[in-house]
Design a protein around this ligand. Sequence first.
Ligand SMILES: [Zn+2]
Ligand SMILES: [Zn+2]
Length: 234
Amino acid sequence: MHDQPSLDGYEWPVCVTPRCKRQLWIAEAGRWACRPCEDATATRISELPALFRRLDTTAMLTRGARNPGAGTTGSRTPPIPPRLDVLNLVGPGGIAARLRDIEDAWRSALSWTIAPWRGNPAEAIPHHARFLTDNLLWACSSYESVGQDIADLRRLHAQCKALTEQKPKTGQVKIGLCPVQIDDQPCGTQLTASTRSFKTTCPTCDTSWEGEQQWRVLRRAQEQVTAETAQTAA
Ligand SMILES: [Zn+2]
Ligand SMILES: [Zn+2]
């Protein structure tokens, strides 16, 4: 009969966050995640709504420039800077969905009803962030799987931060050929733009496009030239 656990195999409890490995203090006994992990996570959660808003601005502009409803024909014109990474994060499957998944898991562990519908990502993210902030202490104390969520939030935050702090790609990206007709021929000069600006000027014919609206016009004109060229070649 030995009810007493053997001390030989006893290991001081450590934080469940992957790669944290901090030993829990006596005052933290009974917790799953350590205090520093909780604090760092709280900061990350609080910064996510603002990071989203910054990403969403870039994405709005980019989205307008992508495919202005001109059918789905595979265009040969190089796309205007796609920033798919940004679009993925700000879209319905991005930051909002990842926060909602964590919220739902916590609610389920708490035996609460699942999160109500909170609208589009811009509307939902502040709500999810508030919920996670309000319940973070509970999760670190009582939710065994909190380590994975802390790691996921760390990755998500790092991804957003890296994108918002991204330096413009070494100057310019190619955004297709100039579609302006000169003597019945498209100008055809390679247009470039900074990844951060929606202005481009053709160095040959000096035509400028600025802003999302004009970029849609540019894009449409480029697609038309591509279509006509394809027709001539056929
Ligand atoms: Zn920790
Ligand atoms: Zn031109």
